[in-house]
Design a protein around this ligand. Structure first.
Ligand code: HEC
Length: 111
């Protein structure tokens, strides 16, 4: 591989990694942790009509409520269904997910 080729490779590689870290991580975590199975891909289509819509709420609120559910402070019968799943998710990961969800509706205005 000559130098130019290598530089181009590094540049593209850098873009891919950077993109993933800056834009992708919240969305990726949201999918990896299976949140979308109950809340919908963009957080706007909950599985049951009386479950909350996540997208468009502030990230502070979303992270706080997810932590309350995880740690048992919000222990409603409905929240019980989500508790086990969220138990493996850290505060930091929840903030990344919440940051994605805050904007998720704007990304996909059309349902
Ligand atoms: C098994 C289904 C299920 C899964 C999986 C699930 N949730 Fe939930 N989630 C719920 C239900 C049901 C509620 C409503 C609980 C209540 O009202 O007390 C809820 C509520 C929430 C709330 C509070 C919303 C509000 O308006 O107050 C947040 C934030 C949230 N979930 C985030 C997540 C995240 C992040 C994940 C993935 C780590 C996740 N959920 C995975 C079912 C689920």
């Amino acid at each position: 591989m000559n130098t130019t080729c290598f530089k181009v490779f590094l540049f593209i590689f850098g873009l891919l990694i950077g993109n993933r870290l800056v834009f992708g991580s919240g969305e990726r975590l949201y999918m990896e942790k299976m949140c979308h199975t109950c809340h919908g891909v963009k957080g706007n289509r909950p599985m049951a009509p009386n479950w909350p819509k996540l997208c468009g709420q502030t990230k502070q609120y979303l992270q706080e409520q997810a932590i309350y559910i995880r740690d048992g402070k919000r222990a409603t019968p409905m929240a019980a269904s989500m508790k086990a799943l969220v138990s493996t998710v850290t505060d930091e990961e929840l903030m990344k997910i919440a940051t994605y969800l805050e904007q998720a509706c704007a990304i996909d205005e059309k349902p």
